[in-house]
Write a protein that binds this ligand. Structure first.
Ligand code: TA6
Length: 303
């Protein structure tokens, strides 16, 4: 294992351990009184999270995820930044998810939880991008707190002398029992952009169910979302701060079969619900300004 990433950090009385998920891909493992979780330094990405009382992981990680430089890890909570989706000749969803981050700090919280902060300087971004955007100068930090719930905060600071436009998303993959039986509550009467039909519409139903490929960006919404999963006997509640968009995605059978990092049946057991600021909710950060996109994930088992 490459110990240089970790040498300054203690195990916080056994709450943390340091490992590699694949050669050259360091991870921090958390095991505290509440839950277990794994955080990858590549991508600054939470890979899994399971409160001890849950039988199943809450966050889905593909069993065929690839650990290769310049490739995003399929599953967990990848960070889309500083754009969402395609952008000119640059990689989809930006560079944060394919950059190695550094550990800034680790600590035990007063309630016995664990907080890990990772940071990434935009000077780590691909030279190709910096050459064509020489004035772009933002720093990123992610704080992941595993306590009675999971909290993830993505902090962007604009260090440049001018205003920059960025999009961000915590592209969270949730593990579900079966895409056909779960439902999502919290998006009724919200306008969305349907990426598959390339058109806008308003979502009329009180419950969202899934019968086909779904790729929608809900805009101007700060609503809390409930993901009800009768098969796993639980509801996952996703709340957020400083996020005006919510993205819902499942690639369904045909599209996922074309993805080399997902096994054949995997689409049945995942659903992305992403706290974001994208499309017309893109952020304009003034010089010196800091933005914190935060999501909290809590799980409740049915009695
Ligand atoms: O968040 C939904 C989305 O933007 C979809 O359009 C979809 O293609 C997905 O993200 C996954 O993107 P990726 O680049 O990780 O394959």
């Amino acid at each position: 294992m490459n110990k240089e990433h970790f040498h300054k950090h203690t195990t916080l009385n056994g709450q943390l351990s340091f490992d590699e998920i694949s050669p050259g891909f360091p991870v921090i493992k958390i095991n505290n009184e509440y839950a277990c979780a794994t955080i990858s330094l590549y991508g600054g990405q939470l890979l899994d999270y399971k409160p001890h009382e849950q039988l199943e992981q809450v966050i889905w990680l593909s069993d065929q995820a690839l650990f290769e430089e310049n490739k995003a890890i399929r599953g967990g909570v990848p960070i889309c930044w500083p754009w969402f989706g395609d952008y000119e000749k640059f990689p989809a969803h930006g560079y944060a998810r394919t950059t190695f981050w550094e550990i800034e700090s680790t600590k035990q919280t007063i309630d016995g939880g664990t907080e890990v902060i990772l940071k990434m300087s935009c000077h780590e971004l691909c030279q190709n991008f910096l050459d064509s955007h020489p004035l772009f100068d933002c720093d990123l930090a992610i704080t992941i707190t595993v306590a009675s719930k999971l909290t993830i905060e993505l902090k962007t600071t604009n260090n440049s002398q001018h205003t920059v436009g960025i999009s961000d998303a915590l592209h969270s993959y949730f593990k579900i029992s079966d895409i056909h039986t779960v439902d999502v509550i919290g998006l009724a009467q919200v306008n969305f952009f349907d990426k598959l039909k390339n058109q806008e519409a308003c979502y009329e139903e009180s419950k969202m169910r899934f019968m086909t490929e779904t790729d929608r960006v809900f805009i101007d919404t700060t609503n809390e979302i409930n993901l009800n999963d009768p098969g796993f006997n639980r509801t996952i509640t996703i709340s957020k701060k400083n996020s005006n968009s919510t993205v819902i995605w499942n690639p369904w059978q045909e599209k996922s079969s074309q993805m080399s990092d997902m096994s054949n049946q995997a689409w049945l057991q995942m659903l992305c619900i992403e706290s974001a600021n994208v499309l017309k909710n893109q952020l304009l950060l003034e010089s010196g300004e800091t933005h914190r996109l935060t999501t909290s994930i809590a799980v409740k088992t049915y009695i």
